[in-house]
Design a protein around this ligand. Structure first.
Ligand SMILES: [Zn+2]
Length: 621
């Protein structure tokens, strides 16, 4: 799932430049009714079939849900989750003796002890809407639009089920009857469309892959169907089906046409799209974000970021589903990181670094652990700073520790291991996959970053000492400000040391709150940069809490030296000349007031002592 936010970038620019991004709060409705749903741990769901009739004006649904399951310990009763605001008319099935429906629980009593069950629940009502709007009768352009968005706990608002991500049905059917002229979209393949004599149409969707109840969806409107194809071998292609509100189609088509490229990037990085026997698709809905329903993401926004985010959830979220919502970062952190994976594949490493830098800055707003302590709170589960940004930065940091090759091998192993594929996972399962591939314990990493809070605030002090053989010792002391959990962060740390003739990057393993590292270099060290590749979520002493960019010119440049700092727009037109003079070495700050400039992307270029540095900035008024 992804909410869409507006970025506001303020800028002051100079030799020491920085940017500040603030975001609009995203909206949510705290869950009403029961919190984390109590589910029946004695049953194992094998199949759901939903037969739903959608009635408009007045809005109403009539449903029959078939639930099949096993009872590993044979018994004669069990319960399903189902909102008490719906009316259950009857429960049928071979062995059904009686039922009761109170407090959002549907208790079903069997006539005899059994190790399996198959029940049909007949019901009707106007579903309540919890979370982000679990079942909505909406509209667009004066046309009806009906949709579901069950995550996290809303599925039992509209059909009886075992309401946990931790129990997947082996397969599912969703049959939806709606007024003629509308199209009803759901998971899997459309097996049949039937026109009924009462001026309604029935769409029969079948899903042949395991599915958690919150990923079962429905979307109904007067859609335009647009198709394109993901060609994944010489002879095979997968149909991508986009169900779009007609009046939006022209403006979103070019983004929809990017979807096949995204499928090939993620298929290459993570293994082939997980639901290759069926489809991938989008169904437009009225919530202002996206939701990764299995094989058919519901979409309110069609930016490249939202499309890639929801698509990647098909691997991380749908194929491998967080076992409960305490581990939601396994869905959201991975999908946010996947946005960066797509950016890197299409725009290069600098664009990836730029994206992750902004994720790092947002991550600093995270309060509490990435592991969700209170799964009763929708806002805690979907806390953007924790589950999304810090979750994604944890993957970026793991990549920094293991290196690219092992890192992507870890992701592949995690998403394909037979114990987890088309099943569920907790943080410990991902940790086990990571340790298996990396070959060393990562206990410190997961304990500190997933279960711990905050991030390290480092101060770095260094000095140099010349030996008799004219080599130099570099003595670095790294100190962390006190934290509670963990008391300090254990990480491999990089230092880039510039000498007069070369630069060297060394990695030390920092496992104390204050630690001194020494190395010997053949040349005289001139400058030192801590964590030059921005691998760690951190603050450095002397820096703003948001990412600073420092141009360190050192002392080996002409003195005084010529400096020019100019700002250009994307067409290459110079819009400002901030500095063009001789300067002595030192720190200078130049404030750039972009009066009269339009919102957009600009570049600032610093030229001095024969070096040129170009940085991108985004200005939004
Ligand atoms: Zn998401």
């Amino acid at each position: 799932m992804k909410t869409v936010v507006t970025l506001l970038v303020l800028l002051s620019l100079g030799f020491c430049s920085r940017y500040i991004e603030t975001k609009a709060p995203f909206y949510y409705t705290e869950l009403s009714g029961p919190n984390e749903i109590q589910t029946d741990s004695t049953i194992d769901i094998t199949y759901y079939k939903l037969i739903l009739k959608i009635q408009l004006s007045p809005n109403y649904i009539y449903g029959v849900t078939t639930v099949n399951g096993k009872m590993p310990v044979p018994g004669n009763s069990f319960f399903l989750n189902f909102s008490s605001s719906m009316t259950v008319d009857s429960v049928t099935g071979n062995n059904v003796a009686s039922f009761s429906h109170n407090y959002d629980l549907l208790q079903i009593n069997l006539a005899s002890v059994s190790s399996t069950f198959s029940v049909n629940v007949y019901y009707k009502g106007l579903p309540g809407s919890t979370g982000y709007g679990s079942f909505v009768f909406g509209s667009h352009n004066s046309q009806p639009a009906v949709w579901s968005l069950s995550e996290p706990y809303g599925s039992s608002d509209w059909f009886p089920n075992k309401n946990t991500p931790g129990d997947k049905a082996d397969s599912s059917d969703v049959w939806i009857t709606c007024p003629s002229g509308l199209t009803a979209v759901s998971n899997g393949l459309l097996n049949e469309t039937v026109s009924n004599p009462d001026n309604t149409v029935t769409y029969k969707w079948h899903g042949s892959y395991p599915i958690s109840s919150y990923l079962i969806s429905l979307a109904v409107s007067n859609y335009t169907l647009y198709k394109n194809y993901f060609r994944y071998s010489q002879n095979d292609s997968l149909a991508l089906t986009h169900y779009i509100y007609p009046e939006y189609f022209d403006q979103v088509k070019s983004n929809l046409d990017e979807t096949p490229k995204m499928l090939s990037v993620f298929s290459e990085k993570y293994t082939l799209y997980p639901f290759i026997r069926e489809k991938y698709g989008h169904a437009q809905f009225g919530w202002g974000g996206g939701m990764e329903h299995q094989t058919i993401s519901s979409m309110g926004a069609f930016s490249s970021g939202v499309i890639s985010h929801e698509l990647s959830h098909q691997w991380f979220g749908d194929k491998v589903t967080c076992r409960d919502f305490r581990h939601i970062w396994l869905n959201e952190g991975f999908a946010t990181f996947s946005e960066a994976v797509y950016i890197e594949a299409t725009q290069g490493k600098d664009a990836y670094d730029y994206f992750m830098k902004s994720r790092m800055n947002y991550s600093k707003f995270a309060v509490g652990s990435v592991y969700v302590q209170n799964p009763n709170s929708v806002s805690e589960i979907f806390d953007t700073y924790r589950s999304y940004y810090k979750g994604s930065f944890i993957l970026h940091m793991l990549r920094g520790i293991t290196g690219d090759s092992l890192f992507f091998s870890i992701l592949k192993t995690y998403v394909n291991d037979t114990a987890r594929a088309y099943n569920t996972a907790a943080t410990e399962d991902f940790q086990a996959a990571a340790e298996r591939i990396y070959g060393k314990s990562l206990a410190y990493f997961f304990y500190e970053w997933v279960y711990g809070e905050n991030y390290p605030k480092y101060s770095v002090v260094w000095d140099k000492a010349r030996r008799e053989d004219n080599t130099y010792d570099v003595i670095i002391t790294l100190t962390q400000a006190a934290n509670t959990t963990p008391s300090f962060f254990t990480m491999p740390v990089d230092f880039k040391i510039l000498t007069k003739n070369s630069d060297t990057t060394v990695t030390f393993f920092n496992n104390a709150a204050s630690q001194t590292f020494t190395l010997n270099l053949p040349g005289e060290p001139v400058s030192l940069t801590f964590d030059p590749s921005n691998k760690i979520l951190k603050d450095k002493a002397g820096d703003d809490p948001v990412e600073p960019v420092t141009f360190d010119l050192g002392q080996n440049y002409p003195n005084p030296f010529n400096v020019s700092l100019k700002v250009y727009d994307v067409t290459g037109r110079k819009v400002a000349s901030l500095v063009n003079t001789k300067q002595r070495p030192g720190n200078y700050e130049v404030v750039f007031s972009p009066y009269g400039l339009a919102s957009g992307v600009y570049y600032y270029i610093l030229v001095s002592g024969g070096i040129t540095m170009t940085k991108k900035l985004v200005y939004i008024r």
